[in-house]
Design a protein around this ligand. Structure first.
Ligand SMILES: Nc1ncnc2c1ncn2[C@@H]1O[C@H](COP(=O)(O)OP(=O)(O)OP(=O)(O)O)[C@@H](O)[C@H]1O
Length: 268
């Protein structure tokens, strides 16, 4: 199987503490991998390290992107090959939605060159894919949290990179737009894109091809989303406070209540 991202002996130090402890990981090409685990497990730090976003003196080990060492890859080439959506990401608040999405085309444009037809086509497609096209002339700073997230997602899609890394992409999205995101990712992956997402919505994460389960700066399990071993690893990492069930052909993670109190039971 071809590998999109390979990490070897990855360590990361933030402040005084080491938060990733020698991670070895291979993420398959043309597949969707979700990274899950409790708060503080190191998921965002791992994603940043894979994206090459941690300062060099803060991490050790190596990352290869599509077979090339990230350390040796020129920044523009890296930006064309791997697009990044961060958690609570800032952007220029006074830019129009259209111009924010156009920022995703920067790695393709010559210095100070005007956007060409391919850039405009990519931006229009991305804004339509995230249902943000109707507000293309509005200013980013005047959008709601969920609207804003869809514009930032459009910026990532506009890159048309073969590898997408997304940290909490569903933040602020309502259920219909979460379902849209899910379908969009499946479509991208069917077209050969590699997607890596950090998700707290475990039932959405279970729609991925593979799950990487993290705790305490280490990977405790990597496996297929449909595997019983993956479900057991998930339940274990969340202290047996969730259970994975199969409902209408989907895997669902439901809270495992210590003192069950069914909302369906009638009041006495
Ligand atoms: N700038 C920082 N300085 C010191 N420690 C940090 C810093 N940023 C994060 N950490 C610590 O690193 C650890 C891993 O953080 P990280 O954000 O990667 O976790 P996470 O799994 O993404 O968590 P969450 O689910 O809460 O977003 C946590 O213990 C966190 O407190």
């Amino acid at each position: 199987m071809k590998i999109a991202l390979q990490a070897r002996g990855l360590t990361a130090r933030l402040g005084q503490a080491e938060v990733l402890h020698g991670i070895d990981l291979a993420l398959p090409r043309g597949r969707w991998t979700s990274v899950v685990g409790p708060n503080g497990a190191g998921k965002s730090t791992l994603l940043k390290a894979l994206a090459g976003l941690l300062p060099r003196d803060h991490h050790g080990g190596s990352v290869h992107l599509l077979g090339q060492s990230l350390a040796d890859l020129p920044a523009r080439q890296r930006a064309r090959q791997m697009a990044w959506l961060g958690q609570n990401e800032g952007s220029a608040e006074d830019l129009s939605v259209y111009d924010v999405a156009m920022l995703g085309r920067l790695p393709h444009q010559a210095w100070l060159a005007a956007p060409n037809a391919a850039d405009h086509a990519a931006v229009q497609q991305a804004l339509r894919d995230t249902q943000a096209w109707a507000w293309r002339d509005r200013v980013l700073g005047q959008l709601s949290g969920g609207e804003r997230q869809r514009v930032l997602l459009a910026r990532v899609l506009a890159v048309q990179a073969p590898v997408l890394l997304m940290d909490e992409p569903l933040a602020n999205l309502d259920p219909p737009h979460q379902a849209d995101w899910l379908e969009l990712v499946r479509r991208l992956v069917a077209g050969g894109t590699t997607v890596v997402s950090v998700l707290h919505e475990i039932s959405v994460a279970l729609h991925a091809d593979e799950l990487v389960v993290m705790a305490g700066g280490r990977i405790t399990h990597q496996g297929l989303c449909g595997d019983a071993a993956t479900h057991r690893a998930l339940e274990a990492v969340f202290d047996q406070r969730i259970r994975v069930h199969r409902v209408q052909d989907q895997w669902l993670a439901l809270p495992h209540l210590v003192s069950p109190m069914s909302p369906l039971s009638s009041p006495t």
